[in-house]
Design a protein around this ligand. Structure first.
Ligand code: FES
Length: 187
């Protein structure tokens, strides 16, 4: 024969008024606790997750001011350093150097070549006596148009996008995969 239901069994129609009150108080306390936790932890979670929800940006994907057009009126390459603000997770670094470019006038148009050697990433210099570009790391010579004339670089110097406005020349600095024949942007 089954036991007779106890008056303390949960949900029993025989619950006393005091146990019902205890249940209501417990549920209310749990709800308040959950609300308090959400209030305290919510902003913390949002703060910690901030870099996950927002694309980390470097600023270097944008066009970067390189100087006035009057600076680049010759066919002789001029080296410009490009600075931009970097935003990395929670940090913002103002005006950090993101790269350099050789800029010259060619056929009425400005051309910018990255100074990063496509071979293994050393800096490419301009050799005034030969009027050519030269990477001393493994002795690659590049023509003024950036093409490889001699040495191990697998491709020409990487051309960068140039935006020429009335008062300002801007360059979009990008990095490309090293040691490969094709120009493949990184990132
Ligand atoms: S890094 Fe320029 S030739 Fe090797």
């Amino acid at each position: 024969m089954a036991d007779a239901p106890s008056k303390f069994d949960e949900g029993s129609p025989t619950d006393s008024p005091s146990s019902t009150r205890r249940g209501i108080l417990g549920a209310t306390a749990a709800a308040l606790g959950a609300g308090l936790a959400a209030t305290v932890l919510g902003p913390a979670v949002i703060f910690v997750a901030h870099p996950l929800r927002h694309e980390t940006t470097s600023g270097s994907d944008d066009f970067i001011p390189a100087g006035p057009p009057s600076l680049f009126t010759t066919t002789t390459p001029i080296k410009v350093d490009l600075f931009a603000d970097r935003v990395d997770a929670w940090n913002r670094v103002v005006q950090v150097k993101v790269g350099s470019a050789w800029v010259m006038e060619k056929g009425g148009k400005l051309v910018a070549l990255s100074t990063v050697c496509p071979h293994l990433g050393c800096g490419v210099d301009y050799d005034t006596s030969h009027n050519k570009f030269y990477c001393a790391c493994h002795k690659t010579w590049f023509g003024l148009d950036g093409s490889v004339e001699e040495g191990p670089s697998p491709r020409a110097m990487d051309e960068l996008e140039v935006e020429s406005a009335e008062k300002l020349v801007s360059i979009r600095f990008r990095r490309f995969k090293l040691g490969v024949k094709t120009k493949e942007p990184i990132g």
